[in-house]
Ligand binder design. Structure first.
Ligand code: HEM
Length: 461
């Protein structure tokens, strides 16, 4: 049967990760998002269940949808950039199973605990899910460690030299996010709650978005977009310094939360760093500086990709589309990529408006708007675009199974972002609530189209 799952982990490691990312997105992440939107559209009373469902949605989307996708594609692609393949591959099924089990368990236990109230059983299952996820990431890091030791040394003239630091930032951020998740769940269990405290939850969101997803976007954009979109090859010598500045911005942005966590640890000594008002103000100011640095870096990066200076080909070769490297066998994937970058710019500008003194007093920008412009617009649409353009090649195929579906993914994906972001700027009315509800449903169908396309593509003869 052609649709049998028969995974060759050593050559097609990305496939199980992509399948799991898609199934968790469809079964939990986007479904919970749609339920939250519909609940608000129907004006249901917002109780404890709502915050628990919001966090379960965030967890499924970040650890499941974005995390599994980034890990699957990164573990396949990054070792190859260093002239090797992932070592210790026999441990990959174990890492995958632990991770998927941990995420699925969390997606089940958190909404139930929010609805029926936390109990000893829910606390035990919460802890189990965080332990499974931590164990998974330790196994993954053991494979990466083994791989780094066998890889060729990185010399300044090798292509990977300029982007190596982005990959390091991504993996350090993922490790820290998993650690904070473990600590946050421990804290939750010790207080018999169903929602992780914001001082743990918020830096996890920031680390996934700005620490893991964006640096991986930088890596893939620099390595593949000049070819896929015929862009001029960006200058290579600036990215290592750029990565350091970007990392500084990230550290500054999460500092206030880390300080609050340090205070948790100091509780036994009855001391608290944040009891000092000056320190508190200083760290909040540094977080604003960090946010400005991060968003300026994102805008600078997009400017350096030179989207408006596409290389003109003397003549389209072998029937290739004018100015592209393909003949349309990946559908209109470029529309997904262009629109993702437009949403990235929107998210960066909105985030700047949110923190810049004086301006933020005049224009109110909800954090929810910035985050979903980034997560659903920038990151999800880019995952869509990169998936249809790159993954067939990873699996040894020369096309996606249904190129025409890609245009529909573009239309539905962008409508979902618009419906999700626009209403946040207006008060709660019938039409804003309706759009929010619709956003979840439309977004879910966009992911379904990607899932159908990837499933069929991976099984093409
Ligand atoms: C159409 C799709 C989506 C819908 C309808 C949706 C809906 C929502 C809603 C209603 C909230 C709660 C907002 C509040 O009450 O403050 C929320 C929060 C959140 N969403 Fe989404 N969302 C969608 C897509 C995404 C995607 C693609 C991601 C990540 C890649 C994501 C990650 C998050 C996160 C991290 C939070 C905050 C969770 C927390 O505070 O712990 N969402 N979303």
């Amino acid at each position: 049967m052609s649709t049998r799952i028969n995974i060759d982990w050593s050559r097609r490691l990305h496939e199980p990760f992509v399948y799991a990312a898609l199934l968790i997105a469809l079964g939990a992440g986007f479904t919970f998002g749609a339920l939250l939107g519909i609940a608000r559209a129907l004006g249901l009373p917002i109780g404890g269940w709502y915050s628990a469902l919001v966090q379960a949605h965030g967890h499924a989307q970040l650890f499941g949808w974005v995390g599994l996708f980034v890990l699957g594609v990164g573990l396949y692609f990054l070792p190859r950039l260093r002239g090797t393949t992932l070592q210790g591959i026999s441990r990959a099924p174990l890492a995958w199973s632990l991770l998927v089990a941990g995420i699925v368990l969390r997606c089940i236990v958190q909404p139930l605990a929010g609805f029926f109230g936390a109990s000893e059983i829910s606390s035990a299952l919460f802890m189990l899910s965080a332990l499974l996820e931590t164990a998974a990431i330790l196994v993954i890091f053991s494979m990466l460690w083994q791989t780094t030791r066998t890889a060729k040394p990185i010399l300044p003239d090798t292509p990977v030299y300029s982007i190596e630091r982005f990959a390091q930032i991504a993996f350090v951020s993922i490790a820290l996010a998993f650690l904070l998740n473990l600590l946050g769940v421990w804290n939750l269990v010790s207080q018999a709650k169903s929602v992780v405290a914001p001082r743990y939850d918020q830096p996890i969101v920031t680390l996934f978005l700005y620490g893991a997803a964006l640096p991986m976007i930088f890596v893939f954009s620099l390595r593949t977009l000049p070819l896929f979109l015929r862009l001029p090859v960006p200058t290579r010598n600036i990215w290592r310094t750029f990565a350091l500045i970007y990392f500084l911005g990230l550290v500054l942005r999460i500092l206030p939360f880390l300080l609050a966590i340090v205070d948790d640890a100091l509780m036994l000594t009855e001391r608290a760093v944040r009891a000092n008002f000056i320190i508190l103000l200083l760290f909040d100011a540094l977080a604003v500086v960090g946010t400005i640095i991060l968003n300026t870096c994102i805008l600078f990066f997009i400017a350096r990709l030179n989207f408006f200076q596409r290389r003109q080909l003397a003549e389209a070769s072998h029937g290739a589309r004018a100015n592209y490297a393909d003949r349309g066998e990946y559908g209109r994937f470029e529309l997904l990529i262009y629109s993702a970058f437009v949403w990235l710019i929107v998210a960066a500008l909105l985030d700047l408006l949110r923190v810049l003194p004086i301006l933020n007093e005049r224009i109110f920008v909800p954090q929810d708007a910035v985050r979903h412009a980034l997560m659903l617009g920038g990151i999800t649409l880019l995952i869509f675009g990169m998936a249809v353009r790159m993954l067939p090649g990873f699996s040894g195929k020369r096309a996606v199974a249904f190129p025409r579906l890609v245009l529909w993914m573009f239309v539905l994906g962008n409508l979902a972002v618009l419906f999700r972001v626009l209403p946040t700027f207006f008060g709660q009315t019938d039409w804003t609530a309706g759009l929010l509800g619709l956003s979840g449903i439309v977004g879910w169908f966009a992911v379904l189209l990607l899932a159908i396309n990837m499933w069929k593509t991976f099984h093409l003869k």
